[in-house]
Design a protein around this ligand. Structure first.
Ligand SMILES: *Cc1c(COP(=O)(O)O)cnc(C)c1O
Length: 242
């Protein structure tokens, strides 16, 4: 299949999953996870109708911004963000999905203030309670949301989650359902301030239909659009000497 056909096919699957859940397909945003992809691939995806690109490494984000590869699309930052790199991301992306500490939240607010803007953010929840993963615990979510709502230069838009890698089909449904309950709770708590809580970012190539059935409003999809990613290159120092 061509990239255009892949995009159309994924969009059709999103729409079918939405209808199957009694939802309006237009409620669900497709975010193309563009890590490791070239400028040309990103431009081709946008030409074929992709409206949101999600980048998860600061270095790749910076490179694609420099060459204006994202022209015509929104850009979201979906990877782990270190506090010392906020100045490379804040004000350059439409939405940061991965806010996972009060420290990072404060740093984003400070940088946004410096730029005179308001940065849209999501809080990342470690819904599978995995030690190896970033994200706040479900119990911390309401507190961090309240902290975000109190800041002048960030605007809380919702929640994001990456559930555990799961071999069993449908195995993550309970995590998606738990995320939806957290999302509704935050949305109700925030309904009387400047936050617009309307984004629940969950679902990837292997499980986006289940995520949509449980209430996702944004799915982040890489391999189902672009094919498998090249294997990670080992750091230079690990390569065998010639
Ligand atoms: C790579 C990535 C995705 C997409 O993963 P696929 O399984 O290729 O669809 C989604 N979210 C994040 C945060 C990612 O880094």
């Amino acid at each position: 299949m061509t990239l255009e056909e892949q995009i159309r096919s994924v969009r059709e699957r999103i729409d079918a999953a939405a209808r199957g859940a009694g939802r309006d397909p237009s409620e669900i945003t497709l975010c193309a996870a563009t890590k490791t992809r070239s400028d040309d691939t990103i431009r081709a995806a946008i030409a074929a109708g992709v409206r949101v690109c999600g980048e998860n490494r600061v270095q790749e984000l910076t490179a694609h911004l420099e060459t204006q590869a994202y022209t015509g699309a929104e850009v979201h930052f979906i990877g782990h963000l270190q506090t010392n790199k906020v100045n490379k991301v804040v004000g350059r992306v439409d939405l940061i999905h991965s806010v996972d500490s009060a420290h990072l939240l404060t740093a984003i607010d400070a940088q946004a203030k410096k730029l005179g803007i308001c940065q849209d953010i999501l809080l990342e929840v470690n819904i599978g309670r995995e030690e190896s993963k970033g994200g706040i615990s479900p119990e911390q979510t309401a507190d961090l949301a309240a902290q975000a709502a109190a800041l002048e230069h960030v605007r809380l838009r919702g929640l994001m989650a990456i559930p555990p890698i799961c071999a069993v089909p449908g195995g993550n449904r309970r995590f998606f359902a738990e995320m939806y309950r957290l999302f509704v709770d935050i949305r109700e708590k925030m309904s009387d301030n400047q936050s617009i809580v309307n984004c629940l970012s969950m679902g990837m190539s292997g499980d986006f239909e289940d995520a949509i059935a449980q209430g996702s409003t944004l799915v982040r999809i890489g391999t189902a659009l672009f094919g498998p990613r090249p294997p990670k290159q080992p750091p230079v120092s690990d390569q065998p000497r010639l």
